[in-house]
Design a protein around this ligand. Sequence first.
Ligand code: ZN
Length: 314
Amino acid sequence: MSNLKTTRLIGRFDGGQSGNLVIVLGALHGNEPAGVHALRTVFQQLNAQAENLSFQGRFVGFIGNVRAFQKQIRYVSKDMNRQFTIQKIAAALMPPYRFRDSEDRELDELLKDIRAEIIDYQPNKIFLLDIHSTSAQGGIFAIPFDTDASSVALAAALQVPVVTGMMTGIGGTTLHFFNGEAFGVPSTAAAFEAGQHKDPRSADRAKSVIFNLLRHANCIEPTAFLDNTLAEDNEFPSESLPLMVDLKYVHHISDEDTFQMRPGFRNFQPIEKGQWLANDKNGAVLSPAAGRILMPLYQPQGKEGFFIVQHSNS
Ligand SMILES: [Zn+2]
């Protein structure tokens, strides 16, 4: 363990005179370290090969919420991934500063750091990936901003299942802010759910996904840094990727429901309409639709018992 103060910047790698700016955020939720670990590994690998590497563009990795990351908690005062609206950002940047909470300061500092990279590098385009993880095992997929075709294309390029429809009903996420022209430069963003918070495979997957992102952004050659981490991952469905699915149903639960998932369901497993999925205080819980099950709840706490996704073109 080091005593060094944790800094927001994890690494920066530059190549060529001009190109795209790739920004990867880890630990926007402070208890989700997979992205931070993956970024450290990716920068090590890039630096180790820097002399014979053809790299075009600038790649930077940041810790999204430094104060929460140091405390290993999701957030200090409020969920950082709901603060990316013009109104909330304006309020966070506004004096009197003594009234700002921890996430207001984080937001201010993170956006200043990103703006500094843009002013310094003058990129053609910006690509942003926001890496998350989950308390339960599984649920590994990319999340695009559904209304943005370039965000969907970015998510598909990560070579993991893509789940659309996840953003319905929520606002102020990184995807809301970084898809469009947030800094006067065309900007495309997607999120990646890497797996369980402390599972070392989550960081391994995130590492491979970051290299796929660098490929998509034309920073590295198509054949550079290829590995089989994702192809050999047994948490994924067996068919070829990217699997494009759309969220169709969320089974919300409360403690009084005494919800209990039946054993043996796996992420993206096909299910039939009417299939017996779980039990609760009213008896059997049957699937309201055919499709695939996602994130079945096998831990004591949770607000969702399971999700159902369907192929996007069905
Ligand atoms: Zn998260």
